[in-house]
Design a protein around this ligand. Structure first.
Ligand SMILES: [Fe+2]
Length: 326
């Protein structure tokens, strides 16, 4: 990493909490089958009644401590790149592959170099053209401790008499294969990656690392237990237009770090209101009361030039939806 860990006045990014992709109503059945049956993602019980209305109402699917948010849209939105996801173990990877292998979503698999019968990476392209890459998480113990914490609140269904966990987010927790969001990998224009890294470092105090070949990784650590990242990788081809998908991140260092990040974004004139959502933050006071704010443009911190469009929903660790507080 090119920069030291977070300092008292720079929060760092604690969690990549959700990726928001609109679902076209015309694709609702296909999308429902993809996310609920094939990926087997458990819905957040706070929106579970929306499942039958995917494409008309927003559905949240859990990915361990993170989520996919799938609201209604006029088109299927597509991340320009791919999403990396953690799978519980090699047995789960096999189950996932077997569900997908005879579907049109299956793209490829890479087998383990030492175990030819085990899948190291599974590549799937779902409805709307979003690509997902799956690999087995290295440290399941870390996930389990997080998962228990996350499930301690309203998303956990227990037997009233025995207090036994009956159901996690509507599904048997041990039957869920995909347990985390590892990364979102964005393709960006030539010459952009290192400048995007400088932006995240300047605004959030995030650690960044050059991956070579015009790619920069922005590190995200949730209490150091589940490693996540944003990756920006340069391509020569022209990019598809930005279609409005967004990501949500939680910052570290509590309200102090959050306020610092807000001031950094405001100092670059980037604070932005998305008219679609109820949070209308344009001042530090409203940023404090909402405990989140938004910006859409990533800029060169020296020139102010817009390098990349990507809406960010930036949340304070005290935000009521923070899964670590449930
Ligand atoms: Fe969001």
């Amino acid at each position: 990493m090119s920069q030291p860990p977070t300092s008292p006045d720079t929060p760092g990014i604690a969690l990549l909490e959700h990726v928001n992709i609109n679902i076209d109503k015309q694709n609702r059945n296909e999308s429902l089958r993809f996310y609920s049956e094939l990926l087997n993602l458990p819905p957040d019980v706070r929106r579970v009644e929306h499942i039958e209305h995917l494409g008309e109402r927003t559905v949240w699917f859990n990915l361990g401590p993170s989520q996919m948010h799938l609201p209604k849209g006029t088109t299927n939105q597509r991340v320009r790149g791919h999403l990396g996801m953690y799978v519980r173990d090699s047995k789960s990877m096999q189950q996932l592959k077997e569900r997908f292998v005879s579907t049109p979503y299956f793209q490829s698999e890479t087998t383990d170099g030492t175990h030819a019968d085990q899948t190291a990476e599974l590549v799937i392209t779902g409805p709307g053209g979003n690509t997902f890459k799956f690999r087995v998480i290295d440290d399941l113990v870390s996930y389990e401790s997080r998962g228990t914490q996350f499930s301690a609140g309203q998303s956990l269904l227990k037997d009233d008499e025995t207090d036994e966990v009956k159901c996690l987010y509507g599904k048997n927790p041990s039957a869920v294969e995909v347990i985390g969001l590892e990364c979102v990998h964005f393709i960006v224009p030539k010459g952009a990656a290192h400048r995007i890294g400088a932006f995240y470092n300047h605004v959030f105090g995030a650690e960044t690392m050059s991956m070579g070949d015009g790619a920069t990784q922005v590190a995200i650590n949730w209490d150091g237990r589940m490693q996540q990242s944003l990756i920006f990788s340069e391509v020569s081809d022209s990019l598809p237009d930005y279609d409005g998908h967004h990501i949500a991140i939680y910052l570290g260092n509590g309200p102090e770090g959050y306020e610092k990040a807000y001031n950094n974004v405001e100092g670059l004139n980037l604070v932005w209101i998305n008219p679609r959502f109820s949070d209308k933050v344009s001042t530090l006071e409203t940023a404090k009361s909402e405990r989140q704010f938004r910006f859409k443009n990533i800029v060169d911190i020296d020139t102010g030039e817009t390098i990349y469009e990507l809406e960010h929903e930036v949340r304070c660790s005290t935000h009521p939806s923070n899964s670590s507080r449930m």
